[in-house]
Design a protein around this ligand. Structure first.
Ligand code: GLY
Ligand code: MN
Ligand code: MN
Length: 439
């Protein structure tokens, strides 16, 4: 997020030349939304224009994430819905809603924010009143309160007679998505309003990363590399998994990260065979393989990298041959990855490597996923992979009976002719790892 400090610095630099801005109350940097993040408002306005051009008409309502629940005396960290974040850049206002009306004559987009609660603000943080300042910061000409959502959407539905559903598509046991619930209520009150499934639209656009997004992912990966390297080069038998995790995460921060893409997974020995191991109090023992699945994030952009290495710094012959099998599976998929291929074909290429070795039952999860504003980013796996996609390839072998698991996970940028491994700064082959760990 663009911090309060940088915003104030910007004001100081331009304030003298722009006296009108200096008179705006409250002053810049005061209250949320602080700014659009991580890009200026024009970037998000342009994205919305692009989406609206594809919709043509109708209305789309996109709900932002609500605030965290629970009974903690302090607020849980807020994670904005990635679609909402991609469309608006508003990441510090829980409970916000976006309404798009592409065929509207003048105001085609509305940002709705919950009403202020002065008492809650005394505990948490201040929020801006409606007005010119909030419009300037958000890039929306129409900012309203969510208490107006029903009336706004009803009025628009009467005229445009079509809702667009942006997803996510969820299973029958999950709660009905908020947008569909709202559409259903309006449809019970206005005859002839239809709902169109536009759930593939944002996904297909978001799968192709913009250059500015790739830049942030690259920076986040540099921080991730620093953390993984710190862990790999410093770990000693006798450490706890938690100590290694702390070293890795401190490396992320020192490398410029501002968060974690997900809770770091650090499992030693048998714990490495639990795919998304959640403890961290286990001991790192001399004969163990340590599996580290950890990624830094930067301004909302995720990374996702796994490395597995021997606590002692040297692979045993058995560890080496298993590791090299996993690497071979990763290469089998990576060498086929290019624009136009199907995810399931990559997955089978990797599975074939294990199958040929009689090890297919030890590879117990999917091959990979897209990465972006979410570690498992929006994607349509039934379609050919487009150029500009960022994906992981992460085969593994899990041998609980033998007290270890191996996963190798890298991130790749898909191009028209192939795929570039983006995480080359982190030792990956047996020779690279043993060299990095030589002490
Ligand atoms: N770190 C979670 C995953 O690899 O998908
Ligand atoms: Mn992953
Ligand atoms: Mn991972």
């Amino acid at each position: 997020m663009i911090g309060r400090r940088s915003l104030l610095a910007g004001m100081a630099a331009t304030g003298a030349a722009l006296p009108l801005q200096a008179q705006v109350f409250p002053p810049s940097g005061y209250g949320t939304p602080i700014a659009t993040s991580p890009f200026p408002p024009e970037v998000f306005a342009e994205r919305r224009r692009k989406v609206m051009a594809k919709l043509g008409g109708g209305i789309a309502v996109v709900f932002g994430a609500k605030r965290g629940g629970g009974d903690s005396p302090v607020e849980a960290p807020f994670f904005q819905d990635p679609d909402f974040a991609w469309l608006t850049g508003i990441t510090d206002e829980p409970g916000a809603v976006l309404v798009l009306a592409p065929a509207e004559r003048r105001f085609r987009e509305y940002l709705l924010l919950p009403s202020r609660n002065p008492e809650a603000e005394r505990w948490e943080r201040e929020r801006l009143p409606l007005g010119a300042e909030i419009e300037r910061r958000s890039g929306f000409a129409r900012v309203m309160r969510t208490s107006n959502l029903g009336a706004l959407v009803t009025g628009l539905a009467e005229r445009f007679k079509e809702f667009h559903f942006f997803g996510p598509v969820v299973g029958p046991d999950s709660p009905v998505p908020a947008s569909l619930e709202l559409y259903g209520k309006v449809q019970q009150r206005i005859p002839g309003v239809k709902t169109t499934d536009s759930s593939k639209l944002l996904t297909s656009i978001r799968m192709v990363k913009e250059a500015r997004e790739l830049d942030l992912i690259t920076k986040a990966l540099a921080a991730t590399a620093r953390g993984h390297l710190a862990g790999m080069t410093q770990v000693q038998p006798g450490w706890t998994e938690g100590r290694l995790k702390d070293v890795i995460e401190a490396g992320f921060k020192a490398g410029g990260a501002d968060g974690l893409a997900y809770s770091s997974i650090v499992g030693s020995g048998r714990n490495a065979a639990s795919l998304h191991y959640v403890g961290n109090g286990g001991a790192v023992r001399a004969g163990d393989m340590i599996l580290v699945d950890a990624g830094a994030s930067l301004t909302g952009y995720a990374t996702d990298i796994t490395r597995t290495y021997p606590a002692s710094g040297r692979f045993t012959p058995k560890q080496r041959s298993d590791y090299e099998l996993v690497l071979q599976a990763q290469e089998a998929a990576a060498s086929r990855l290019r624009a136009g291929v199907y995810y399931e074909d990559l997955q089978e290429a990797a599975r074939d490597v294990f199958r040929r070795d009689g090890r297919i039952d030890q590879f117990t999860h999917g091959l990979g996923h897209h990465v972006g504003l979410h570690v498992h980013d929006a994607a349509d796996y039934s379609q050919p992979i487009p150029a500009g996609a960022v994906m992981t390839i992460e085969p593994g072998l899990y041998l609980q009976d033998e007290n270890y698991g191996i996963r190798i996970e890298d991130m790749y940028l898909v191009t028209a002719t192939g795929a570039q491994r983006m995480s080359t700064a982190i030792p990956r082959t047996v020779a690279e790892i043993e060299r990095a760990m030589a002490r």
